[in-house]
Each structure stands twice: as structure tokens, then as C-alpha cells.
Design a protein around this ligand. Structure first.
Ligand code: FAD
Length: 436
């Protein structure tokens, strides 16, 4: 079926970023939009929905509140509709369980008629029509039938995919998994006699903690290796966290490319590392367990794994303690790679490869209002919420500023300040040239 109508906007992918955009657009007469996701229902990183783990951002950074606290799609309204207000009041915390954030997003997604799941966007190109617009080919995942839609503007929100280190890309099976598969594979993983977790970010710590908790019901030895120099917590100071603010995003975007890359490294302690609560929980559990038994646990930093091969019904990791320069092999039955994610960029972007500006071979130039920058300026925009760390800084993958990005996009699409942006979000100033 071909639909000739031209929508104002089509969103590719419905993770929290585009879901927030859909929720903010829903009450607007000015924007006729459609959103597609290849999965059958909204699921937020389902392989990492480990019981007891919290969202790393306060609930106030929900899908809409920063732009419009009166929206029906706030987290508080979700609680109200599920008769959980009083329990939340007694819970008395800003950080909510990740499982509940997922439920909340599902509740919003189910109400938005413009969100279509089970639809994979397989191509986007300039339409051969009199009015400039994009032609979007969408495949129904159940029937494999394709449909074509047209839109003035497109918003890329395809998120990320697991980042597997060299030597491990081809070794994915039920014994060797990325953390993104953890919940789905946990039962089989726990049957191993030796389990190794590689990495030291939040996901690594959550998986290690879950395996440590469960260890008493199974017979496995548990190992935690990381290439990092230690198991560090994420910086949590309130003043430091002001870099996750509209002001910092504007400041960052004005910097030259190399200065931006350098700034990201400087901000590393605020961006990477483990939530102090998780590290504390791990230590407390280790301490308590060690009272009356020898721990079947090895924890070692400064250690990288460079390869894996099958051996004696299990596996042998090629490892190196890089500080000492000591190479060794390490037997394991199961391996969990907590090696992070990288942006998922669709194949069809190649159509625009030569038409847009790039900052280096992988990172496209992105305007302040999240447009890819075309060499020949065009009225119909290709916005992106994906792969913008180099252009918009530390908060690019953070839920906290997702609403702000969507406010900006909506204001550009409509041509007026439908959702005015905040002017005073922080106490500090970042630029000498543009004081607050
Ligand atoms: C385990 C984990 C926990 C995190 N916790 C936090 C946190 O607590 N706080 C925080 O601020 N940030 C957190 N983040 C970072 C960030 O908020 C999330 O990654 C967030 O999900 C990003 O949203 P997104 O919409 O960009 O992408 P995603 O959530 O990855 O969604 C992208 C969607 O696009 C769809 N898609 C991809 N290609 C196509 C296509 N061709 N056609 C149709 N659909 C497509 C996918 O199916 C997917 O549903 C976390 C990240 C991870 C991995």
C-alpha cells in the first residue's frame, strides 16, 4: 500500500528519545507525525532489566515534565493511574526502579496512536516529488510487506548496539554474551562452574552484583576483570553535574571539534564509572559473605582480555595485566562482556554521505538544533537524536536532556517557541564570552 500524504515528521525508532518526542507532539495541531519501531512492543533495554536496579536519572527527567509538567504523560500521572501515589510517597525517592521506568514508557507508548511497533524502517531517501520531502520505506516485521510514507522532516532515534571488542565479535553464543542479553541468558549462565564478567561500567557492576547475590544458590566461581585502573564510582557532585544542563550543551556545541573531544575526556569521571550505591552494595555483600566462608570470587583491575578459544568443554581467555605486562590464560565456562554500546546508524544514511558535512570519518556535523548539516541547505530537515555526543556533549545519551532536545526540534519544525527552553538552569557559567 502506498500512502501519498506528506507527514510533517516521521520518527525512526521508538526508544525513550523518540517516545518523548511523540508524547510532546501528540497535543499539537501543528505537527502531523508518525513513529516506527521494529520491535513488537516498547521494551527499554530488556536484557538489563535486573530486579532492584534503578534509573540513573531522577524520575523528573521523564518523557515530558521538563517541557510540560501538565502533560498527561508525566511519570506522576502514570503513578496516579496505577494507584501507586501513596506507595511512591512512602518510597520517598527520586531514583525509580528501571523496571518501573519501562512500565511507565509502555503506558505512554500504548496511548500514542502515532507510534507504530512491529515496523522496521528499511530505507529513507529524497522523494521524487514536486515538493521536497523524504520517502520512507517501512517493512511490517510480521508480514514482511512494505509500505511507503512521505514526510517533510525525519528524526533518527535508532539508539545503540552492543560494542564487542576485537577478538570477540564472532564469538557470541549462549556462553559468551554481551550484557544487553543478560536477563534472557541469566539462567543458563548460572549453570556454569566459572563465570567471568569483563568491564567496569554500570552494567558490569549490576551483572556482577546479581551474580554475587545468586552465587549462594549455585556452584560457580565468579571473576570480575576490567582493563580500567580500578573499580571507580561515577562523580556525583551536584555542581559537577551541571554539565548535564541546557547551558552546557549550548557552550559545548560552540567549541571547535577537537576541543569538544578533549572536553569529553575531561568530563569522563561524570560520564563513566559506577553508581556509588551499586559499588557500596557489592562491597557490603562481599563483606557479609566473607564472615563465615571463603569467597569464590576474583576481582582484578588493569586486566584486559584479548581473545577467546574453546577448551575442555569451556573456554580459555587470553588476558594481560597491562600494568605489569604479564600475559596469562584464564579458564571460564561463561563470559559476560560489559563492553558498552556504540551508535546504531542505518545503512540508508549512505544516500546522504556526500551531501552532508562530516567532522571526521564517523561523526557527522550536527547543528545546534539537531539537524544534519547539508552542503546545500534544504528546508526539509534530517534531525538526529543518535550519534550526537561529539556535537552536544556528555548528556547526548542521557535521559535527562532528552526532553530539551525534543523541545528544540519541535520549535524548529513549527517555526516558533511552542515549548520555550529554560534560560537559567545552572548556578555556574561556562563561557567568559557569554556570561549567564
Ligand atoms: C542498560 C542501559 C541502561 C541505561 N540507563 C540509563 C539511565 O538510567 N539514565 C540515563 O540517562 N540513560 C541511561 N541509559 C542511556 C540512554 O538513556 C538509553 O540508551 C536510551 O535507551 C537511549 O534512547 P534512544 O531512544 O536513543 O535509543 P534506544 O532505547 O536504543 O531505542 C532505539 C529504538 O530504535 C529501534 N530501531 C533501530 N533501528 C530501527 C529501524 N531501522 N526501524 C525501526 N526501529 C528501529 C530499536 O528497536 C529501539 O527500540 C542506559 C543505557 C543502557 C544501555
Amino acid at each position: 500500500m502506498t500512502t501519498q500524504k506528506i507527514y510533517d515528521l516521521i520518527g525512526v525508532g521508538i526508544g525513550p528519545f523518540n517516545l518523548s518526542l511523540a508524547a510532546l507532539i501528540e497535543p499539537l495541531d501543528e505537527v502531523d507525525a508518525l513513529f516506527f519501531d521494529q520491535t513488537d512492543t516498547f521494551e527499554w533495554h530488556p536484557g538489563m532489566l535486573i530486579e532492584g536496579m534503578d534509573l540513573q536519572t531522577p524520575f523528573i527527567a521523564d518523557l515530558v515534565t521538563f517541557a510540560d509538567p501538565t502533560s498527561p504523560y508525566t511519570f506522576l500521572n502514570y503513578l496516579h493511574h496505577h494507584d501507586r501515589m501513596y506507595q511512591f510517597y512512602f518510597f520517598n525517592r527520586f531514583d525509580i526502579p528501571r523496571k518501573e521506568y519501562n512500565k511507565y514508557c509502555q503506558w505512554v507508548a500504548n496511548q500514542l496512536k502515532d507510534c507504530h511497533f512491529g515496523h522496521k524502517v528499511i530505507d529513507v531517501k529524497d522523494a521524487n516529488t514536486t515538493k521536497p520531502c523524504y520517502e520512507v520505506t517501512v517493512q511490517h516485521t510480521a508480514t514482511e510487506q512494505t509500505e511507503t510514507y512521505f514526510c517533510k522532516h525525519l528524526v533518527l532515534g535508532t539508539g545503540s548496539v552492543p560494542n564487542l571488542p576485537p577478538g570477540f565479535e564472532d564469538y557470541k553464543n549462549e556462553d559468551v554474551i554481551h550484557t544487553s542479553q543478560y536477563v534472557h541468558s541469566a539462567q543458563s549462565i548460572k549453570q556454569g562452574k566459572a563465570i567471568t564478567v569483563m568491564g567496569s561500567g554500570q552494567s558490569a557492576a549490576e551483572v556482577f552484583y546479581d551474580l554475587l547475590l545468586e552465587q549462594k544458590y549455585y556452584e560457580y566461581e565468579l571473576t570480575w576483570f576490567t582493563r580500567s585502573g580500578g573499580f571507580f564510582q561515577k562523580e556525583d557532585a551536584k555542581l559537577g553535574k551541571e554539565v548535564f544542563s541546557p547551558e552546557y550543551v549550548h557552550y559545548f556545541h560552540e567549541l571547535p571539534f577537537q576541543e569538544r573531544l578533549d572536553a569529553l575526556e575531561t568530563l569522563d569521571p561524570l560520564r563513566n564509572g559506577v553508581d556509588p550505591k551499586t559499588l557500596q552494595a557489592i562491597y557490603h555483600l562481599l563483606y557479609n559473605r566473607s564472615i563465615d566462608r571463603d569467597l569464590a570470587v576474583t576481582i582484578q583491575p588493569t586486566t584486559e582480555a584479548n581473545g577467546i578459544k574453546a577448551r575442555d568443554g569451556g573456554y580459555e581467555l587470553s588476558c594481560k595485566q597491562w600494568q605489569e605486562g604479564h600475559k596469562f590464560t584464564y579458564p571460564t565456562d561463561k563470559l559476560i562482556l560489559a563492553t558498552g554500546y556504540k551508535p546504531k546508524l542505518p545503512q540508508w544514511l549512505e544516500h546522504y554521505q556526500d551531501e552532508i558535512f562530516w567532522e571526521d570519518e564517523k561523526r557527522f556535523k550536527v547543528s545546534k538544533d539537531y539537524r544534519l548539516v547539508f552542503k546545500n541547505e534544504r528546508p526539509n530537515h534530517l534531525f538526529t537524536l543518535t550519534n550526537i555526543e561529539h556535537s552536544h556533549g556528555a548528556s547526548a545519551t542521557n535521559l535527562g536532556l532528552s526532553v530539551l532536545r525534543n523541545q528544540t526540534i519541535i520549535n524548529t519544525v513549527v517555526g516558533k517557541d511552542i515549548y520555550p527552553e529554560p534560560s537559567k538552569a545552572v548556578f555556574q557559567q561556562f563561557s567568559q564570552q557569554f556570561p549567564r
